[in-house]
Write a protein that binds this ligand. Sequence first.
Ligand code: SF4
Ligand code: SF4
Length: 287
Amino acid sequence: MTELVFISGKGGTGKTTVTLGYLMACGAGAVVDADTDASNLPVALCPSRSWGEDVYGNEKAVVDASLCTRCGRCAEVCRYDAIPHPGEVCEASCEGCGVCALVCPEDAITFVPHVCGQACAGTTAYGTLYYAAMEPGEEGTGLIVSRLRRRAREGSPDSPIVIDGPPGLGCPVIASLSGADAAVIVTEPTVSGQSDLARVAELCMAMDLRFGVCVNRHDINPAITGAIRTWCADRDIPYIGQVPYCPALAAAAATGDAGRCVQTEAWPDLRAVCEAAEALTHAAGHP
Ligand code: SF4
Ligand code: SF4
């Protein structure tokens, strides 16, 4: 079993499109959509759902009205403005920090578990997809990503797993990269793309993870694409390829008809990137 992660450092670089290309070009036993706040793979792959489990976020404060004297101490100390009136908690705003319970003179405040979404799996034409369905207003966590990855490993113990990572550098990204065999940073030739590439590359190095770089929509700014290639070469970071701007490719990834990726003009370059990503994963020491 190998685990390859596609990350970007920023949103909108085409990471999900490259992940889909990898599924078409190289195949995988399972794919994990670790971008739990904005899961796009369920849209592209139309899974037939086979599993779902509640996932829990921070506990929420609850006031026992029979004990509450409406003294107002809880509302004074809540830093999240989650108690607009003494003894009345707004569930959506409560972060479960526990301060209100500490100051309540009547011990009227307790905490209850809070379901923030579901961890799901479904069969697709390209392997089993593991993804999260978050409730409105809820955000994904590294814990949910770890749970999805663990479930994918259990479901496909002998098959490659590919992970569409979340943007940014926070806990969900670290949960996506931790213990993986290799990562591919999908970036774009913009100033912000360069900046985020440097930051996420630093994270990969800190985690001692083998990684390569590919540039999506490389032809929208050849000068910056060239600068990224040079940046990689100067640091001995594998530059595994580039994909041209291709509206048809983006449309295939966004419309539930992922198989059309292979019919686009960008497909030969995308396939080459994905094959290089596969080689990178195997070079990390796995068969
Ligand atoms: S601190 Fe306790 S008693 Fe006072 S208003 Fe809040 S819940 Fe009620
Ligand atoms: S647990 Fe924290 S966020 Fe929630 S109501 Fe109490 S003080 Fe506010």
